[in-house]
Design a protein around this ligand. Structure first.
Ligand code: SF4
Ligand code: SF4
Length: 384
């Protein structure tokens, strides 16, 4: 390890131990020698994230144990209701009338929770000098019990120690078991914001204020049960794959009527919502593999999508009738004699096996006038 990196870790640890509160660090992209061998670095980062997800229950508990103190409380929220019912208690006990929340429209976790609408319903104002302030944490660092906060404006967290109460929100997948990787994570994950020099804070609470952390599950535990698709939880949410995916680029922003979209959403959304309502997004993929080429973690996105598709079949998501029809279609397509039948007969047989829903919503391509077999027999002598 080199001096730059050791100094960085030393100062980070010093900041965490500092009872006066957090300090911030400014990094310049590319200055870390960890980037000298990018392939090895990203492979090791992926291994670390993979290890974290595979032991998620232990790592979350470790974070809670290391973070909790007299002034810091961790809430485990399995759903929106858990978040909002506990927030209401905090509002009531602290007579909160306004909240400072600068990124309510841009932060994924606030958009996922629909925080804006909840606050509106509760008649809580959004104000710069609010009674308490909300933050979306970028990562939980379980080994040191700290929250990683990456800021783009270099001034957004200036009030961190000044407010009476800070409330942080983070989903269960945003966790790393080794804080040494925070800098590399920051450099790779901030691609969508241009990877600019940003303020990075390791926050372990401060004695002057109350700190609450909401760890939100929101159905991610369903995804955790699936061996292949759960690797999607290690995604850095950097957005590189969105930029190259031909499907995402064609259908545009937020096509799924959901906060999540793009290649990773094709895997995660059916689990985070319901199979019935979002199963179709797993099929919004041509398996071209462009996303994997640019992914800094080389996540096997295609394998995860294929695995998800198989899971839907195994979960009996397709109606029995649909499955029967698909199996009959397969038989027709694989039968030489049936495919040599006249265009009319083939069209009739095939159409019969499609449900009326499919016939209504899609244009069913017609068969060519003659089968390949007939075409071949007619033309083979000419070609010779
Ligand atoms: S493999 Fe699928 S998700 Fe990935 S870029 Fe191609 S179409 Fe998009
Ligand atoms: S799948 Fe890879 S490229 Fe896409 S957002 Fe996640 S880390 Fe970035």
């Amino acid at each position: 390890m080199n001096d730059f990196y050791n100094n960085f870790i030393d100062s980070a640890e010093k900041s965490i131990a500092d009872s006066k509160g957090p300090k911030s660090f400014k990094l310049k992209e590319g200055t870390s020698p960890l980037f000298v061998n990018k392939e090895e670095t990203t492979l090791r980062l992926r291994t670390m994230l993979h290890r974290t997800v595979e032991n998620l229950d232990e790592e979350l508990t470790r974070f809670e144990k290391n973070f909790s103190s007299k002034n810091s409380t961790v809430f485990w929220a399995s759903s929106y209701d858990d978040v909002f019912s506990n927030l209401k208690k905090i509002f009531k006990s602290q007579k909160v009338r306004s909240v400072r929340l600068p990124n309510v429209n841009t932060s994924t976790v606030f958009r996922e929770l629909g925080m804006k609408y909840f606050l509106r319903e509760e008649k809580i104002e959004l104000r710069e000098e609010g009674d308490i302030q909300f933050f979306a944490a970028d990562m939980m660092l379980s080994d040191i019990g700290a929250l990683l906060l990456i800021n783009q404006s270099n001034s957004g967290y200036a009030l961190l120690s000044n407010h009476k109460t800070n409330v942080f929100f983070v989903t269960i997948d945003r966790i790393m078991c080794n804080s040494d990787w925070a800098e590399v994570y920051q450099q790779l994950a901030t691609y969508s914001t241009g990877g600019n020099c940003q303020e990075m804070i390791f926050f372990k609470g401060s004695p002057n204020c109350n700190n609450y952390v909401f760890i939100v599950d929101n159905q991610r535990n369903v995804l955790l049960k699936e061996k292949e698709p759960r690797q999607a939880l290690t995604c850095l949410q950097c957005g590189r794959c969105n930029d190259v995916c031909p499907v995402f680029q064609t259908i545009g922003e937020e096509p799924y009527n959901n906060v999540f979209s793009g290649p990773v959403a094709n895997i995660t959304l059916p689990y985070l919502e319901t199979f019935e309502s979002y199963m179709h997004v797993a099929y919004a993929c041509t398996l071209c593999g462009r996303c994997e080429e640019v992914c800094p973690l080389s996540l096997p996105i295609r394998d995860m999508i294929i695995d998800s598709r198989q899971n839907f079949l195994a979960h009996d998501i397709l109606a029995k009738r649909e499955r029967r029809m698909l199996s009959l279609q397969r038989k027709v397509l694989l039968s030489r004699s049936k495919m040599n039948a006249s265009t009319f007969v083939k069209g009739y047989r095939f159409g019969k096996y499609l449900s009326s829903d499919v016939r209504k919503s899609r244009r069913i391509p017609s068969f060519s006038k003659e089968s390949f077999n007939k075409y071949y027999l007619k033309h083979k002598n000419k070609d010779v």
